[in-house]
Design a protein around this ligand. Structure first.
Ligand SMILES: NC(=O)c1ccc[n+]([C@@H]2O[C@H](COP(=O)([O-])OP(=O)(O)OC[C@H]3O[C@@H](n4cnc5c(N)ncnc54)[C@H](O)[C@@H]3O)[C@@H](O)[C@H]2O)c1
Ligand SMILES: O=C(O)[C@H](O)CO
Length: 330
């Protein structure tokens, strides 16, 4: 049997031993470490399967040139960076790996909330810069969480895992998710809020956990932020474009937000002149100590990444051998 060709487009730039353990008997695997489609030009057209992570957007430019492809697998949950509709038109299934790091992302969301509400970053940063004194009570945003509302947008796997953690901290968990049927919410004791605006008005901490779709693009924009209580907190570990990050500096400066923690931005890596990054890097701006920016790392653990790679490679194996596919999103 001729050997298949599998292309790993981005993110994984090591020895590929994980992928070879799963696929090495039937396929040759090449990694490209691409950030743009131009980095891939002409290189993966003949691939029999494509594994893509999140550093790259795969549009019709590349998908239109794939001649043998039996599967594009988004090694990860969010598949907004693959034009899956166009892939379907071309008869190419797109799959994802929905179940590798739910706990990691939920832990990250709660960790970011705790870092902000317990002033961990704020105090650490100021002490390190020798701003102020050892006396923190007049300035530090240290807040009690028990009894306060943890608002979740999107009660899926990760939203629910974050909700359970927030409940364990004694928080009152409310969620907005128009696509989620009743049932599980009652089983885990969280309250549904029918209108997003009502969730925004109630949330002491708002945590975004919906996928990026046309309906959720900028679901948290300047108007949404204006509805939140004064001195509230925003956590985004979903997708950058679900939040208008450029609206955050004004909300922090006005005191509407006491803090914002952002794991994801609309363009990654983000340009240095992004208004949020510029404000966050400026020691004179309130965003400096009240905003946390992480490099799309909420999902990451060694174990989670290994799961993701193995499951992505297993999906390719099934596709190449003509076995039934799982987790097809198109
Ligand atoms: N930062 C990271 O490292 C990281 C890691 C994994 C996933 N993610 C992101 O988190 C998202 C959620 O992951 P998941 O595993 O919980 O997915 P999921 O599919 O289990 O849950 C998503 C939930 O969002 C809901 N939803 C869809 N449209 C909505 C809308 N308009 N308003 C409110 N809710 C809506 C769905 O009904 C579903 O319940 C992913 O799509 C991905 O973009 C980020
Ligand atoms: O969607 C995901 O799984 C994460 O963002 C990592 O790609």
């Amino acid at each position: 049997m001729p050997r298949f060709r599998v292309a790993v487009t981005d993110f994984i730039n090591d020895d590929l031993s994980t992928e070879r353990d799963v696929l090495g008997d039937i396929a040759d695997i090449t990694a490209y470490d691409a950030y743009t489609e131009a980095d891939l030009a002409g290189k993966i057209d003949a691939a029999d399967a494509v594994m893509i992570y999140h550093n790259l957007e795969l549009t019709r430019t590349t998908i239109g040139r794939l001649t043998n492809c039996k599967l594009i697998v988004r090694c990860g949950v969010g598949f907004d960076n693959v034009d899956h509709r166009y892939a379907r038109e071309r008869g190419i299934p797109v799959g994802n790996v929905p179940d590798y790091g739910t706990e990691e992302v939920a832990d990250s969301a709660i960790g970011l909330m705790l870092a902000m509400t317990r002033g961990i970053n704020f105090l650490n940063n100021r002490l390190q810069r020798k701003v102020g004194t050892w006396m923190y009570t007049p300035v530090a945003p240290l807040r009690r969480l028990r009894g306060r509302v943890f608002g979740v947008i999107g009660l899926g796997r990760i939203g629910a895992a974050a909700a359970l953690r927030a409940k364990a901290l004694g928080m009152d968990v409310a969620f907005y998710d128009p696509l989620k049927p009743d049932g599980y919410d009652k089983a885990i004791g969280v309250r549904r809020v029918e209108k997003l605006d009502d969730l925004l008005r109630q949330s002491f901490v708002l945590s975004v956990h919906c996928p990026l779709t046309p309906d959720t693009k900028n679901i948290v924009d300047a108007r949404a932020l204006s509805l939140m209580p004064d001195g509230s907190y925003l956590v985004n570990t979903a997708r950058g474009a679900t939040v208008d990050a450029a609206a955050i500096p004004a909300a922090v400066r006005s005191g509407k937000l006491a803090g914002a923690a952002i794991d994801v931005l609309p363009f990654e890596p983000p340009p240095d002149d992004h208004p949020l990054l510029a404000a966050w890097r400026d020691p004179a701006d309130p965003c400096h100590d009240r905003v946390i920016v992480n490099p799309h790392s909420a999902f990451y653990s060694e174990e989670g990444l290994l799961d993701m790679r193995v499951k992505g490679a297993q999906a390719c194996r099934r596709a190449l051998l003509g076995e039934p596919l799982r987790n097809v999103v198109n």
